[in-house]
Design a protein around this ligand. Structure first.
Ligand code: AMP
Length: 300
């Protein structure tokens, strides 16, 4: 089965206390699509400008990602995001967001994409997430991610989106903002009432809390000694989750807990390098080895 991913395909300029890297490959869809491609075939929907380096297109291609849905708008500019991390690497500040070609992007899906079984509406304007979802015929599983910006400026669309997805993934502070509730268990209950049957609240280095009809499930994060750049860890998490789910047979809910473990492990790889430097090049044995290590870490 295949995964359709829509989201930002970006250039990221990232500053950490130790280093600064301009114009790396980034964007919610890039992180998620590359990670999902380790487990399942992936179809990408996005837009880039004429300034998008060919080597980044080559990187998608190396991962076998279907690029029929990637618009290259020669006289436009690629979405550019820049951010700076504080010394603890948990808090970051957005310095600059330039929407570029994303501002007016409302794609018509290629015919071959319309029957995708799994859909990842990665972080991007919720109106665009809805527009893409409208064009997919009877998907088996739909997950959406969002962020504070969209909760601030497009809450009506986020509310519509929540009624149409199986799962919503968001981070701790976004769950507080969305529900005006500090306690994570109460916040999750409120989110279920807004629509999604399955909810995951990501808590950075403290892991994730899942809630569904089968109750709660909690995973820690994989303990890393050296976090180089956490940008895209959340997108890698959800990319790993949906890529793994699309590789499983039978009802998706039976595989969700193992999918969360896959997401957690893939998110940890992302933090080990700037941008997609680590996740673009992981040997399959390294993934399997870390999955095993993680299993041992969480076993009681
Ligand atoms: P994460 O660290 O998981 O929050 O993801 C960071 C990625 O999100 C970066 O690669 C950015 O290019 C991308 N990004 C930043 N701001 C936005 C936005 N407003 N909408 C969509 N993607 C964004």
């Amino acid at each position: 089965m295949s995964v359709l991913v829509v989201g930002t395909t970006a250039l990221d300029s990232i500053k950490t206390p130790k280093a600064e890297n301009p114009r790396l490959l980034g964007g919610s869809a890039s992180h998620a699509a590359v990670v999902a491609s380790y487990f399942s075939p992936v179809r990408l929907v996005g837009a880039v400008g004429g300034d998008f380096p060919k080597r980044y297109i080559n990187l998608y291609e190396r991962h076998g990602i279907d690029l029929e849905g990637l618009d290259v708008i020669k006289d436009g500019k690629t979405f550019h995001w820049s951010g700076e991390y504080e010394i603890n690497m948990n808090n970051r500040e957005t310095l600059h967001t330039e929407l570029g070609v994303i501002e007016t992007f409302m794609p018509t899906l290629p015919k071959s994409y319309q029957r995708s079984s799994h859909v990842l509406l990665a972080n991007i304007a919720p109106a665009l997430q809805l527009h893409v979802l409208d064009q997919v015929k009877k998907p088996k599983f739909v997950v959406a991610d969002t962020m504070d910006l969209w909760l601030n400026i497009a809450m009506d669309d986020v509310a519509k989106l929540m009624k149409r997805v199986d799962m919503l993934v968001l981070n701790d502070s976004e769950s507080h903002q969305l529900t005006e509730t500090e306690n994570v268990v109460k916040a999750i209950r409120k989110i279920h009432r807004m629509g999604p049957r399955f909810v995951i609240v990501k808590r950075g280095e403290y892991g994730a809390v899942y809630s569904g009809p089968d109750g709660l499930f909690i995973t820690p994060a994989y303990p890393l000694q050296n976090v180089v750049d956490p940008t895209g860890a959340g997108d890698s998490f959800v990319g790993g989750l949906i890529g793994y789910l699309a590789s499983c047979k039978g009802p998706f809910h039976k595989h969700l807990r193992r999918a969360i473990v896959h997401g957690t492990v893939m998110g940890s790889f992302c933090c080990e390098g700037f941008g997609l430097k680590r996740t673009a090049d992981i040997a399959r044995e390294r993934i399997d080895q870390r999955l095993k290590e993680f299993d041992a870490l969480i076993r009681v």
